[in-house]
Write a protein that binds this ligand. Structure first.
Ligand SMILES: [Zn+2]
Length: 126
């Protein structure tokens, strides 16, 4: 006969969120490198609003996780998720692809470029 009243759900949210201290992240020095057009780096859009702590999702190799996916140079739509907007191949540290599959992926992307299924560069106009 335990009559313990749980008071866990009593914590009502106060206001919106606590005022976070200014200067959380240091302003990155401008002028050090030439201004490059946005969109060279994929993933992590700026709308993410990392106010301080957000849990980074664990990266995993997509091809190890799902063995039914083929790395095929004739499938540019699949390959497109592993290149940047400037058509550079994404490094495995960004995508989480393991080294074995990254090698296959690199070869497939290069083959697809030669077959003109993927572009070498977004600047190409003929
Ligand atoms: Zn893998």
């Amino acid at each position: 006969m335990s009559e313990e009243v749980k008071t866990t759900a009593a914590a009502a949210p106060q206001g919106d969120r606590p005022a976070r201290p200014q200067g959380d992240r240091p302003a990155r020095p401008q002028g050090d490198r030439p201004a490059r057009p946005q969109g060279d780096r994929p993933r992590r859009p700026q709308g993410d609003r990392a106010g301080g702590r957000f849990q980074r999702r664990r990266k995993f190799c997509k091809f190890c996780a799902d063995t039914t996916i083929d790395i095929d140079h004739k499938d540019p739509d699949m390959l497109r998720s592993f290149i940047t907007e400037r058509y550079k191949i994404l490094p495995s540290r960004v995508t989480g692809t393991c080294s074995k599959h990254q090698r296959f992926l690199t070869t497939a992307i290069k083959r697809a470029r030669i077959l003109a299924l993927l572009a070498f560069t977004p600047l190409h106009h003929d």
